[in-house]
Design a protein around this ligand. Sequence first.
Ligand code: ISE
Length: 334
Amino acid sequence: MTIKIGIIGCGVMGADHARILLGGIPGARLAAVHDADPRRAAEVAALATGVRMVDSALDLIADRDVDAALIASPNETHAPLTIACIEAGKPALCEKPLASTLEGCRAVVAAEMRGGRRLVQVGFMRRFDPGYRAMKRSLDEQQLGRALFFHCVHRNAVAPHYITSEETIASSAVHEMDIARFLLGEELAAVTVTGARVSRHAEARQPQFLVMESASGVVVTVEAFVDARYGYDVRAELVCEEGTIALEPNPPVSFRRANRDGFDVEADWRARFAEAYREQMRQWVASIETVRPVGSSAWDGYAASAIAEVALKAHAARSRMAIDIGERPAFYAA
Ligand code: ISE
C-alpha cells in the first residue's frame, strides 16, 4: 500500500519535506500540496509529476486522494489544521510547535483523546538523529551509569529580526527541552534563565543560558545563541557516573585547504539534521502502516511548549521557577 501524503505550507520546511519525500521514502508518495501563496505551491508541485495543487488547507485534508498530512504552514495554523486532520481520521506530522499557544496545544491533545486514536506526531526531528539516539541507547542500557549533567549548545548563524530574546528560548531552546525529556525519560522540574550581554551583531536580543533540573536531579544546561557568525552549531554532552557521551560534528569528511584542516558548516539546521529529517519521515510513514506511533506525540508537543512557557516566565522574573506540566494521560503512555 502506498500512503498518499499532502503537504500544507511550501516554505523552507515544507519544500524540504517535499524533497525528502520525492527522494524516495518506501511506502509513500507526495500526492498534493497547498500554500497560501500559489506560486510557492506551484514551485513545489513542479518538482515531480503527479503532484496536485489544492486550493485550501482544509480541502487538502478532506481530499479523498490524501491519506495523511504534513503541516508546515505558519505556527498559528498548526493547531486548527492538526485538529482538522484528527476529525478527518487522518494522521498528521505537524512541524514544531504543535500550536502557537498553550491553549492550542491542549486543544489538540483533547481532540486526539476524544477521537480515541493516536494520529499526531510533532516534528521534533532530533529524536531521529543518530547521535542523540546513540546517547539514548547508552543511557537506557546503563552503559555509563546514571546521568548527572546534560550540557547543550544551540547556536544559529542566521536568524530573522523577529527572533527576539524570548524567541531564542521558545523557538530554539525548545528543541533541547524536548530532547532532554526524550533522553532522560523523565520530566523537567525547574528552570532558571540568565541572559548574556548582547552581541555587537544583534543588539536587540540576548544570548540565553538555561539551567533546567530534571525530576530525579539531572542538571540540563542550554546555551541558546542566535547570532553565531560562523555557521549552525549544535552540541551536546551527557555526563554520567562512569563516563561521558558527546555528539560529534556530523559531516563524515574533513577538508584540508589553505593551510587549514576542518569541515564546512552550513548556515541553518537543515543540513545538520538532514538524516534526522529523512529518518523522521521514513518512520512516520512506517508508523502509519503499523499503527504504532513514533516520535514526539501531541502530549510531548504540549510538554515542550509548557516548559518553554515557564522558561519565559523565569526569564522575565529572573528567578528559578518550578515546572509542572500535569500528569501524562494513560492515552499517551510510552
Ligand atoms: C528550527 O526548528 C531548528 O531546528 C533550529 O535549530 C532552531 O534554532 C530554529 O529556531 C527552529 O525553527
